[in-house]
Design a binder for this molecule. Structure first.
Ligand code: HEC
Ligand code: HEC
Ligand code: HEC
Ligand code: HEC
Length: 135
């Protein structure tokens, strides 16, 4: 009897681990700050970003990626999330993506516009992200 319930518990644990792995979540994963105030060095228009809220419905790879040796977009690698401006700064070769405003709007705003059409409460107005009083 005891042996049987132990086996059941072990199978349960294994199934849980498998579910976590297939969901792409490793146990020690650093999910970063819960909320972030995104801003450039000039900080003209800081943007509010509820990071963990977005993680509840999006994969990490929607926003995070790496760069290949030949300068192309590489796949998402857990543990290698970096500030967007490490790459997307003035010296980035693609001029459509060479700053925080450009990639912020390309990634965040584009999705919000799409979501709004689908009736989801994603803010599309400037003040929805660039809230008053952020520093
Ligand atoms: C909707 C976009 C989005 C999603 C989805 C997302 N992140 Fe982020 N994450 C960001 C942004 C933006 C930053 C801040 C980058 C910056 O400061 O330039 C960030 C920062 C981080 C940081 C801190 C990086 C540093 O600068 O040290 C970690 C760690 C991180 N994210 C992990 C994750 C993980 C793990 C997931 C998935 C479970 C995830 N993120 C999902 C957008 C996202
Ligand atoms: C390690 C360098 C690196 C980091 C860090 C990085 N990117 Fe990129 N990103 C690239 C490269 C390389 C490309 C491909 C550029 C091209 O196709 O011209 C790219 C492309 C993009 C694109 C256009 C293609 C697409 O997927 O829609 C967006 C938008 C983008 N990045 C947003 C972000 C955001 C937001 C962050 C921070 C959460 C970020 N990137 C962090 C290197 C990086
Ligand atoms: C792929 C789609 C997608 C991307 C990319 C995305 N968002 Fe969102 N965002 C949403 C959706 C959907 C909601 C509504 C969530 C809800 O409340 O149900 C939302 C909600 C928000 C809210 C309001 C949430 C609140 O609690 O007040 C803010 C602010 C926000 N996003 C900022 C950002 C910023 C900044 C980025 C880029 C770093 C970003 N989002 C990227 C889909 C996205
Ligand atoms: C979905 C979120 C979102 C919306 C909506 C949005 N932005 Fe942004 N914006 C960002 C992000 C993310 C950045 C990059 C981080 C930062 O500087 O705030 C940014 C950056 C900027 C910057 C650069 C700030 C600097 O210091 O250089 C300006 C200017 C700007 N946005 C203006 C606007 C205007 C005007 C609107 C409305 C027409 C708007 N944004 C709507 C997310 C948003």
């Amino acid at each position: 009897m005891l042996k049987k319930s132990l086996t059941v518990a072990m199978v349960g644990t294994l199934m849980f681990c498998f579910a976590m792995i297939s969901a792409g979540v490793s146990f020690a994963q650093n999910t970063g700050p819960a909320t972030i105030i995104l801003k450039t060095a000039r900080a003209r228009k800081p943007a509010f970003f509820p990071h963990h809220k977005h993680q509840s419905f999006l994969k990490c790879s929607v926003c995070h990626h790496t760069m290949t040796a030949d300068g192309k977009q590489g796949p998402y690698v857990a543990g290698q999330e970096k500030a967007c401006t490490t790459c997307h700064n003035k010296s980035f070769p693609n001029k459509k993506l060479n700053g925080f405003r450009k990639v912020g709007h390309a990634r965040c705003r584009t999705c919000h516009k799409k979501m709004k059409k689908e009736g989801k409460p994603a803010p599309t107005r400037c003040s929805g992200c660039h809230r008053k009083g952020l520093k």
